[in-house]
Structure formats: C-alpha cells, structure tokens
Write a protein that binds this ligand. Structure first.
Ligand SMILES: [Zn+2]
Length: 250
C-alpha cells in the first residue's frame, strides 16, 4: 500500500513511469518463469495433447451414447442377403436369407401396430446391393436403420448374440436391442461391437446390424428353424427399438 500523501506527491509523469516500470518488470519475470517451464512443457506436450484428445473424444462418445438415436418415427428394416446370396448356410433347414426375411416381416408387423412407419429394403427373395440398402436409409428422414443377420462360424460350438454399430450415436440402439434380445431366451451375449460394415459406415442415419444367433450351431439353428422362436426374436428386436425411441439407457 502506498500512503496517500506520497501518492499525491508524485507527478503524472512519475506515476505513469512507475506503472510502465512495474509492468515491464512483471512481464520480464513472467517470461523468465515461462522459459524455465518451457523444456518441461515441451516434453509433456505430446502426452498432454494426447490425453486431452482422448478426454474430448471419450466425452463426445459418451455424450453421443447418452443422446442415442434421438427421436424417430420410421424404421428401415433390412433383411440380410437374398437372391443368389444365401448368407450363412444352415446346418439343416432354411438358410440365413430366408430366416432374416421372416424375422424382418415379423418385426415390421409389430412396429406398424405400435404406430411406426416401416420401410423394408427387400420384401422377397431378391438380391439388393449394399449401396442400395444404404441409399434407402439415407433418403428416409426421421429414421433408424436395423439390419438383421444370422451368424455363421466354422466352429460349430460358436453361439450367442451380437450387435454392431459404427457411428457413436448408434451404440445405444445396439445396446437396447441386444439387451432386449438377450432377455428373450437363454444364450450368451457376445457383445456390442464396432464394425466398418458398408451398411453401417455409409449410413447417414443411426444404424445397427444384429446377429441373432448362429445357424452353424446345432442348438441355435434348431431354434431359428422354428417360427415360434423367430417371433420371440422379432418381438425382442421391436422392444429394443421402442426402448431406444423412448430414450431408455441400458
Ligand atoms: Zn449375414
């Protein structure tokens, strides 16, 4: 603190001189301090920017997860494969392309009853290129895209459920469907997985791909060949979609 008398005793030139002197001294000290920290900051810069990048990405991803697909009134349902592309060859009974079409028709019926608009990428046993499937989705406003598949593996023991997503805002939808299907019957949940599948990567709408069991596994194929089980799966997928639209966080 400067006594009042001394303050008033200083002429305006001296007062401004003093201020400028203090400012320059402060600036010099700050620069010296910064120079001392410089090598440390320089060595930490890559890890700091990396950590900051990861933090921003993680928080954006989790924000997208909690936000989910948002509001939608239309569901584009995609029955995997079709025509000459039979998909996974079942160890007995009908192949993947027929199972997926049947499940999609059942999901469609349930969703229409619940008041949703439904668009099917195929309604019969025809081959639809992947690009056309995504264009149908991309030109449909207020929609989500759900592709139905049946898994296949050379390992006959492989079984269980998987859902795939690409965009972070599709992950909650994948989680809602997987949880609903997982609760519908007793089989392992193999998880929600990130994948660069064309129908997901080139999709402008929230999009997921569901693998509803293995037709290469005797137990799961046995179930998939029964219309009763396909109805159970369809109801569970529809329930997952409704949960997502209601903003449920699994
Ligand atoms: Zn498939």
């Amino acid at each position: 603190m400067i006594p009042k008398m001394e303050q008033s005793g200083l002429g305006w030139k001296n007062r401004w001189g003093h201020r400028i002197f203090t400012f320059v001294c402060g600036l010099k000290n700050r620069l010296l301090r910064a120079a001392a920290w410089k090598p440390i900051l320089r060595s930490l810069r890559p890890s700091l920017s990396g950590a900051l990048g990861i933090l921003i990405l993680t928080s954006c991803e989790s924000m997208d997860y909690y936000r989910g697909a948002g509001k939608f009134d239309t569901v584009v349902l995609d029955a995997g494969h079709g025509g000459y592309d039979m998909g996974g060859r079942a160890i007995f009974g009908v192949n993947e392309k027929s199972i997926t079409l049947d499940i999609v028709e059942r999901i469609s019926e349930i969703l229409i009853q619940k008041g949703y608009h439904v668009i099917l990428t195929r309604k019969s046993d025809v081959f639809i290129p992947l690009g056309e499937r995504t264009s149908i989705s991309n030109r449909t406003p207020n929609s989500i895209f759900v592709s139905i598949h049946i898994n296949w593996s050379g390992n006959r023991r492989a079984h269980g459920l998987e859902t795939y997503y690409y965009a972070p805002n599709s992950r909650r939808l994948a989680a809602n469907i997987l949880q609903a299907v997982g609760c519908s019957y007793s089989t392992p949940i193999r998880g929600i997985k990130f994948a660069r599948f064309h129908v997901l990567r080139c999709n402008l709408r929230p999009a997921v791909l569901c693998e509803l069991g293995f037709d290469s596994n005797r137990y799961e194929n046995g179930l998939l060949q029964h219309s009763q089980h396909r109805q159970v799966l369809a109801e569970a997928v529809a329930q997952g979609i409704i949960h997502e639209e209601k903003g449920r966080i699994p």
